[in-house]
Design a protein. Structure first.
Lengths: 313, 313
């Protein structure tokens, strides 16, 4: 992180100012195929920085509400899911969910279609043109849209995802909780050479191919480093660390942990999607005042393998 | 901990009488299509130890299928090869790590996946139910053939040892491993994780998570189509392919898998025709199916069968 705090502040303030000049112009259409007795699904189109038209899936529980919400900012994959794979569909009976495709992802891939791998280094030799400046703006725009929903319980707005969850919570108000598993922007320039695994391997590929741009890459990544965003984050946060000894374990993440300003829980991965996923679901439910979490867990995670909940569908 | 899934689950899967005839006809149609393979060096992704290529070949209906192709820089004149098959939502990875283990590696993007979606793009979600009332145009008809054509591509390469071909993947990749091992006798070893596309109609009762939930969504909107849906998926059910498998095979499942119900994994394993087969059920694991612990077992398995080498473990 070698840019000054002032340069960092200016970069993001200019981005947010430019975003503010783009009206969201949302279009919302019911999607009957994915609507159930307990929730209605909508396709949402809205404008972000560029201007660039985005797409998201908004699910609203049946009933009067207000409801807590889970916002899924753009993931690092081409596909946009309604809710993450493996999440019980019944979660949509208790939470508003909103999943956003950032520019380049499916349903938001016109005119720009992102490549995976490839997106992480798209325009990375200039902070001004780096693709993630737009994607961060997209993510902020998504949260802004969610906050306009009258069904929302504003005391329970969870932003759940990778680094973008933290970045979004830092740049705009409204997120009360964050669940984040850093993968892209924590000390990226320093950690990439220590791995051969994608997505950070994209940075290694790029620097190997364009060694003279290495310094420019490092400068750009500094604007995205989670350590710089952390002092702005006051939401209660569940930080999903890698298992001890892995690249992004709690020990490595300690500077981020100490810089975050809100109540914090760090969970060391148990190398089990069941155990890590169950922990996350229970944490979110407790934070949002949902007491009957068993009813919105996947069948194979429930203490009692009843099928009661599915009569709702 | 939830009660682990029962190993004596009674599946509803039945093989259609004309199952073999259906697939023989599909294979006959596919064999009339020239492979027309392109192998394009990718200098950005190539490193000192691994050469990376982008591959394109033709499949049934003349759809161009993309793949990543990696080979170790230092290798024998002919080297063993492993084909990697992708999950439902994942973007096919560049299989550099397999090349680093000494294999030539092909990572296939069947139709609809990123880089293979110019001629066929059903979207995600939607692939699972695309034309699901007609087995002759159902999405997975071409999708399956695209993966089997990957074996043809490997056999066309002079640097590949044709008697040492392996196939592996997890989730959808696990299901495709089953169908590929069943339909291509050239496969000498297979490792399937958390197999998807096995027990379709059982799974949609056992779990209510995406992607299987796509079928429930479809049937909710089109309840009158249930008989046609059941009829179609029977031709694509991995359980109905399993008795054709004769190569050594290992299967790993998570007993708290919230995506691909472990009950279907047990049924699949029971139906596998190979004498040399082994099941690894991981209690306390979800859709990861114990990957953290199991990856070393997969490494030893392929090293034994393809490299002719015993690894300590």
């Amino acid at each position: 992180m070698d840019q000054t705090a002032e340069a960092f502040r200016e970069y993001w303030q200019e981005t947010l100012d430019a975003l503010a000049r783009c009206p969201a112009c949302p279009e919302i259409d019911v999607l009957p195929l994915r609507s159930t007795a307990f929730a209605t699904l909508y396709g949402v189109r809205l404008t972000s920085l560029g201007p660039y038209r985005l797409f998201g899936y908004l699910s609203i529980p049946t009933g009067t509400g207000p409801f807590p919400a889970i916002y899924y900012p753009p993931k690092y994959q081409s596909v946009l899911e309604i809710i993450p794979q493996g999440t019980a569909n019944l979660i949509r009976s208790r939470y508003i969910t909103f999943a956003l495709a950032g520019r380049g992802q499916r349903n938001a891939d016109t005119p720009y279609a992102a490549m995976f791998p490839g997106l992480l280094t798209e325009g990375i030799d200039s902070a001004e043109s780096y693709i993630f400046r737009g994607i961060v703006a997209d993510s902020v725009r998504g949260l802004q849209f969610l906050l306009t929903r009258r069904e929302l319980d504003t005391a329970g707005v969870v932003v759940m995802g990778n680094d973008l969850a933290l970045v979004t919570a830092a740049l705009t108000a409204g997120a009360t909780h964050v669940v984040a598993a850093p993968a892209l922007f924590y000390k990226a320039a320093e950690l990439a050479p220590r791995t051969q695994a994608y997505p950070l391997e994209e940075i290694n590929d790029y620097v190997r191919m364009f060694p003279r741009r290495a310094e420019a890459v490092r400068r750009t990544l500094a604007y995205y480093d989670l350590r710089a965003f952390a002092p702005r984050i006051t939401a209660a946060t569940l930080l999903m660390a890698g298992a001890p000894g892995t690249l992004l374990d709690a020990l490595t993440l300690r500077p981020l942990v100490t810089a975050l300003q809100g109540p914090l829980m760090v969970h060391d991965s148990e190398q089990s999607l069941y155990k890590d996923g169950l922990y996350t679901e229970q944490w979110m439910a407790a934070q949002c005042g949902i007491t009957d979490v068993q009813g919105i867990l996947p069948e194979h995670w429930r203490e009692s393998r009843d099928r009661e909940g599915h009569r709702l569908g | 901990m939830p009660t682990a899934a029962s190993a004596d689950y009674r599946s509803s899967v039945r093989k259609p009488d004309d199952f073999d005839a259906f697939w023989d006809d599909v294979l006959r149609q596919a064999s009339a299509i020239p492979l027309e393979a392109e192998v394009i060096p990718d200098p950005l992704r190539t490193s000192e130890d691994v050469e990376v290529f982008q591959v394109f070949y033709s499949s049934i209906e003349h759809v161009r299928v993309a793949a990543w192709y990696c080979r170790p820089v230092r290798r024998a004149e002919r080297a063993p090869a492993v084909m990697l098959l992708p999950g439902y939502q994942m973007d096919p990875p560049i299989p550099k790590e397999w090349a680093r283990k000494g294999y030539i590696a092909l990572s296939v993007a069947p139709r609809g996946k990123l880089r293979s979606n110019r001629q066929f793009n059903p979207g995600y979600p939607n692939l699972l139910t695309y034309n699901i009332v007609d087995r002759h145009t159902y999405a997975y008809r071409g999708f399956y053939v695209d993966t089997w054509r990957g074996i043809d591509f490997l056999l066309s390469r002079p640097e590949v040892e044709p008697t040492r071909l392996g196939v592996t993947g997890s989730s959808q990749g696990g299901g495709l491993t089953i169908t590929t091992a069943a339909m291509r006798r050239e496969v000498r070893a297979a490792a399937a994780g958390a197999p998807y596309l096995c027990g379709f109609m059982d799974a949609v009762e056992l779990t209510h998570t995406y992607p299987y939930e796509e079928v429930n969504d479809y049937l909710r909107l089109h309840p009158e189509s249930r008989p046609e849906v059941e009829k179609t998926v029977a031709y694509f059910d991995g359980i109905n392919f399993a008795d054709r498998i004769s190569c050594p095979i290992i299967v790993n499942i998570g007993l708290q898998d919230n995506v691909c119900p472990p009950e279907t994994g047990y049924v699949l394993f029971d139906r596998i025709g190979a004498k040399d087969k082994h099941l690894y059920p991981y209690d306390g694991h979800g859709h990861d199916a114990g990957r953290f612990r199991h990856s070393a077992i997969v490494d030893r398995f392929f090293a034994h069968h393809l490299l002719g080498r015993e690894m300590s473990g």
